[in-house]
Design a protein around this ligand. Structure first.
Ligand code: SF4
Length: 296
């Protein structure tokens, strides 16, 4: 449910399907990741207070019983803490039944905030931060222009959890291509273990039209994984995840070849068994050297 969508496309995590989407910023202040085309044609800006207040009042008249709000766009946490707190105050006032506020958080935005600021945001109602880890491998992160190291990403994720906020982390299968699939899987498992997010989503790389990574694949400089290789990669990832606190694992995005869902570490053996069964079917029925470049 969107407050407005007049300026560029609006994106939200699948789990925010029932939330009001309040765009406190337009676009993404980073906007250089080579695999991401979400805000390519959208100039980044922070919305003025009056614009946000107007949207809150307008929408509260239409949906007074709304219980969930997602602060968009790409990295709402870029806003100064005092502005976020004021927006959240207004939301609680306008929606008396409001029970949950969530947003995407960029690693640098999280690191810029003090532990006390994050705790204050949590007390004001911020319940979940969605963090795109993408990969735990520094070379992959550099190659895709994520603008952050694995160590910085780890610190950002740990900081969110230390403030009492739930962390929903995303990683992208196949992001290292054929040349770094093992390093991508192993180092991504390592960062997941170090952070131990509340939720972990594993998406599969989609080479969207107009992205730098797609151009690179078309020039023969980036070699995407085949479905078989993606399954091998997720197997290696899951095998090496050893979290100590329960982590809700989902690989059920529309981009995924094999839907997987469970809680780690409890369901690890079952998830690996599910992957093995499908790998066996591939081994029996298909040529594992199939080139994924035919997919797009
Ligand atoms: S992946 Fe996230 S940080 Fe990177 S450009 Fe897209 S929205 Fe911005």
């Amino acid at each position: 449910m969107f407050f407005d969508n007049a300026e560029g496309m609006v994106f939200r995590p699948p789990s925010e399907a029932n939330s009001l989407i309040l765009r406190v910023t337009i676009g993404c202040s980073h906007n250089t990741c080579t695999f991401c085309g979400m805000y390519h044609n959208t100039a980044f800006r922070i919305r003025p207070d009056a614009e946000i207040t107007g949207l809150i009042h307008k929408t509260a008249r239409l949906y007074p019983d709304q219980r969930r709000v997602f602060l968009a766009d790409g990295n709402a946490l870029v806003l100064p803490t005092n502005r976020l707190l004021e927006i959240m105050r207004q939301l609680h006032e306008a929606f008396p039944k409001l029970a949950r506020i969530t947003c995407y958080g960029g690693p640098h935005d999280i690191l810029r905030k003090t532990p006390e600021e994050l705790e204050t945001l949590h007390k004001a109602g911020l319940q979940i931060i969605y963090l795109g880890i993408e990969s735990g491998d520094d070379i992959v992160l550099t190659n895709v222009h994520k603008g952050v190291t694995a160590a910085e990403m780890t610190a950002a994720g740990q900081k969110v959890l230390a403030a009492g906020i739930k962390l929903s982390a995303m990683v992208i299968l196949g992001l290292g291509g054929k040349t770094r699939t093992a390093e991508h899987a192993l180092n991504t498992a390592k960062i997941v273990n170090a952070i131990n997010p509340t939720m972990l989503g594993a998406l599969t790389l989609m080479l969207h039209q107009g992205t730098a990574l797609r151009d690179s694949a078309e020039r023969g400089e980036f070699f995407p994984l085949s479905p078989y290789e993606i399954l091998q990669e997720i197997k290696m990832l899951v095998e090496n995840i050893d979290v100590t606190h329960p982590c809700l694992f989902r690989s059920t995005h529309v981009s995924n070849f094999l839907p997987l869902a469970g809680t780690l570490p409890k369901d690890k053996a079952r998830l690996l068994d599910d992957i093995d069964k499908v790998l066996l079917i591939f081994q029996n029925q298909t040529d594992p050297t199939y080139n994924a470049r035919n997919q797009y």
